[in-house]
Design a protein around this ligand. Structure first.
Ligand SMILES: Cc1ncc(COP(=O)(O)O)c(C=O)c1O
Length: 356
């Protein structure tokens, strides 16, 4: 019997592969997903218990997303009609791709870039042009300026996952100004970096800056992302593209409360930045590693021929990091999230026991 259209579609979709989530390793020291454990557990427990009291989940959360958007607006200092929210920044990126890109629009990004974004482009058969990172894990802005002439959409995660690279602000500003297609700057790790481009959305109508409460606020499980863009883009996104109720009542109320506690978040971000330096300096002591600078809450290093061994030895000790393998000419890349001081010390000690 010939294949039905449904069977064919399912077969085609299965070829897309999908985003590979990290393996769930019970009771491990979780340094594999760029989560934030520096923010105390109490922070989210306080938020969630108040959010529960403020929520009536018998009702759709009418009017509350607007209140959340107002809180984000106060937090970032930009008007509320330039802000939209989503079920994680993943969902925002997905809605932008599925509605603004097509088989006929070319996207320019770096290689590597955020895995989920890449997978979604594959799923929608959107052609992607990439510029590879250099041997020192840097990007060349002139390469981007050159290639962007034949692109319709520019996507950059700034800082980049998994390298931790962030363009100098002047370079990225120049690139955004020179490009007249849609520019998506994903600042999931922006708070750990040197700058944000969010203010540029006031003068640059084709710019969308995506941010999230998953990383700096340590609320990855809440699934709350937002973006800043021109009023026209935001209005279409919010009124036409976004679902009527993309966030649960508890998520909305938790987000409002979390944004009131942003001082605690700032402290956690500062600790993470200091710990990032400690990890980088310690890993650099080993000749077997090549360690790259990072502006995010993780560190990428090439453990070369040792990378399987390092990864497995850490896992045996209950420490889970991300095994990436080959990036450009670097054969054995591993990415470790910056955790609490204690978590990082355990990780560094395990490395010392293995290589020291
Ligand atoms: C570059 C980048 N963008 C977006 C996300 C997704 O964030 P969210 O939890 O808001 O969906 C991640 C998560 O790892 C990321 O690395």
């Amino acid at each position: 019997m010939s294949q039905t259209w449904l069977e064919k579609r399912i077969k085609d979709l299965s070829l897309a592969g999908g985003y590979k989530k990290p393996e769930l390793i019970q009771d491990s020291l979780k340094l594999d997903s760029n989560e934030n454990y520096v923010i105390p557990k109490q922070f989210q427990q306080d938020i969630l218990s108040t959010a529960r009291k403020n929520s009536d989940v018998r009702e759709y959360p009418l009017g509350r997303v607007e209140k959340l958007i107002q809180s984000i607006s106060n937090f970032i200092g930009l008007p509320s009609n330039m802000i939209g929210v989503g079920n994680g920044s993943d969902q925002i990126l997905d809605l932008i791709l599925s509605n603004f890109a097509s088989k006929k629009t070319k996207i320019l990004t770096s290689k590597p870039t955020f895995g989920f974004f890449e997978e979604r482009c594959k799923l929608y058969s959107i052609p992607v042009m990439t510029i590879p990172f250099s041997q020192t894990m840097d990007l060349d802005v002139d390469d981007f300026l050159q290639q962007s002439k034949s692109a319709d959409i520019l996507y950059l995660d700034s800082p980049n996952n998994p390298t931790g690279f962030q363009f100098p602000k002047d370079d990225l500003t120049k690139l955004v100004r020179s490009f007249d297609g849609l520019v998506i700057i994903d600042e999931a790790y922006g708070e750990f970096g040197e700058y944000s481009l969010s203010n540029m959305t006031k003068s640059q109508d084709n710019l969308v800056v995506v941010q999230t409460l998953s990383k700096s606020f340590g609320l990855a499980g809440l699934r709350l992302g937002y973006f800043i863009a021109s009023k026209k883009f935001t209005s279409v996104f919010n009124q036409v593209l976004q679902y009527p109720y993309p966030l649960s009542s508890v998520t909305i109320e938790s987000g409002i409360l979390a944004l009131e506690k942003s001082e605690q978040v700032r402290d956690a971000v500062n600790t993470i930045k200091k710990e990032r330096t400690r990890i980088i300096e310690n890993l650099k002591k080993y000749d077997s590693f090549e360690v790259f600078d990072s502006k995010a809450n993780f560190v990428l290093f090439d453990a070369k021929g040792y990378y399987h061994r390092v990864y497995s030895a850490l896992l045996e000790q209950g420490i889970s990091i991300r095994k990436l393998g080959k990036i450009g000419d670097h054969e054995g890349c591993l990415r470790v999230t910056v955790g609490t001081k204690e978590m990082n010390s355990k990780f560094l000690l395990a490395i010392r026991d293995l290589l020291g």
